[in-house]
Write a protein that binds this ligand. Structure first.
Ligand SMILES: [Zn+2]
Length: 235
């Protein structure tokens, strides 16, 4: 659901800023937010949600956080008739999605790595193979928004791991029916898609400033409640 739905359904007198920009499908940025965006600091970029793509391409993966990427992968596999179960946060033991097919009593496990630039190496594939063996399973899929190194791909092939990189996932998505592609795009851009989720608590993180005000970082929104000190760098 986008901003447009919320706005379109409102039964009230429009505010001044809505009257001046009647065709805007999302709220106009405030003057201070626009000024911050012009400065283009990492903080300003983090505060400004990237404008959603209208069709699938590699930029979608750059716009969204890891949890949305996982949700897209889950939706993609569910579309092929598998029942998908996701563990949204907490200790996943190396499994992000469990896929159940009606043709087998053993699940396929999926690990998702939402990396923007870092290449997935053979180390990650070996670890995933260890997870497969620990569950006494044969089939696993390793999905990434990045790419695999050559030795990682060779290892995946030798061990029957289905390795899907950015291009592979985009090809799979392109093979879906138009309404399925649209559904996956809506999943990608659901909610505050650009804000990272705390891997420990499953809640969205919030922008915090270092005590000396020199820079900002993403901190867990639960910090005050649970003292969760999980943090992420911007960008
Ligand atoms: Zn947390």
């Amino acid at each position: 659901m986008g901003w447009g739905m919320k706005w379109g359904g409102a039964q009230r007198a429009p505010k001044a800023e809505e009257r001046t920009e009647p065709t805007l499908s999302r709220p106009a940025p405030t003057a201070s937010a626009a000024a911050a965006a012009r400065r283009a600091t990492p903080t300003a970029t983090a505060l400004q949600p990237p404008v959603p793509e209208t069709s699938w391409n590699a930029r979608v993966f750059e716009h969204i956080e890891w949890r949305r990427f996982e949700a897209v992968c889950e939706g993609l596999f569910a579309q092929s008739g598998m029942r998908a179960e996701t563990q949204s946060h907490g200790a996943d033991g190396g499994v992000d999605i469990w896929l159940w097919s009606q043709f087998s009593d053993k699940p396929v496990i999926v690990q998702c790595k939402h990396w923007k630039k870092r290449v997935v190496g053979v180390k990650e594939l070996r670890e995933f193979y260890g997870v497969l063996k620990s569950h006494d399973l044969t089939y696993g899929t390793f999905a990434t928004s990045s790419t695999f190194s050559q030795d990682a791909l060779a290892f995946a092939k030798d061990n029957r791991i289905n390795a899907q990189d950015r291009e592979g996932l985009l090809r799979l998505i392109a093979g879906r029916a138009q309404d399925q592609q649209s559904a996956l795009l809506r999943t990608a851009y659901e909610g505050e898609y650009w804000k990272p989720t705390c891997v420990k608590c499953g809640v969205k993180m919030v922008l915090r400033e270092k005590r000396d005000g020199s820079s900002s970082f993403w901190g867990c929104a639960n910090y005050g409640k649970t003292r969760c000190t999980n943090m992420m760098r911007l960008g």
